[in-house]
Design a protein around this ligand. Structure first.
Ligand code: FES
Length: 158
């Protein structure tokens, strides 16, 4: 199945209703290579929903959950909201950057891992926390973060 037929399936599920544009784009993004809304994807969705490409881009740029640039196969989002900051998410950040050899906001050269900050995703009771492709890992410190990266490497790089 090609990328456009997957996009069509999402659009069909929403009955081509442009009022559902945010939800549509979130689902479409996850079906696309690089998990972002490319220019070609934005154009295709706009055409199928009978809206302008700039309508699509306004939504993509406004909602933090939507991405204009590709991310790695493993998207690691570190919460940078108050509780996680107080609980020393800086230690987690340093361990992530050290283990992967990249800075927050970057993707590894092999396109496997992307590091991003995010806002609170409701895991404050186990802060500091990260979300890895939607799975939450909490109560992290330097050691558990390094162990998490080792586990993710085994799962995604071997
Ligand atoms: S403040 Fe980090 S998960 Fe809520």
């Amino acid at each position: 199945m090609n990328e456009y037929s997957q996009i069509d399936r999402v659009l069909q599920r929403y009955h081509y209703d442009s009022k559902a544009l945010v939800n549509i784009l979130q689902e479409v993004q996850e079906t696309c290579k690089g998990r972002y809304i490319s220019e070609a994807t934005a154009e295709y969705v706009a055409e199928r929903l009978d809206v302008t490409k700039s309508n699509v881009y306004e939504v993509v740029t406004f909602f933090a959950a939507l991405r204009e640039h590709p991310v790695g196969e493993v998207l690691i989002q570190l919460c940078n909201s108050t509780v996680c900051k107080v609980k020393k998410n800086i230690e987690v950040k340093n361990a992530l950057e050290e283990a992967l050899g990249i800075q927050m906001g970057e993707t590894t050269k092999d396109k496997k891992f992307t590091l991003q900050y995010t806002t609170c995703f409701g895991a404050c009771d186990v802060s500091p926390a990260v979300r890895v492709n939607k799975v939450v890992y909490g109560n992290l410190d330097r050691e558990t973060t390094l162990a998490l990266i080792a586990k993710l490497r085994r799962e995604h790089c071997e």
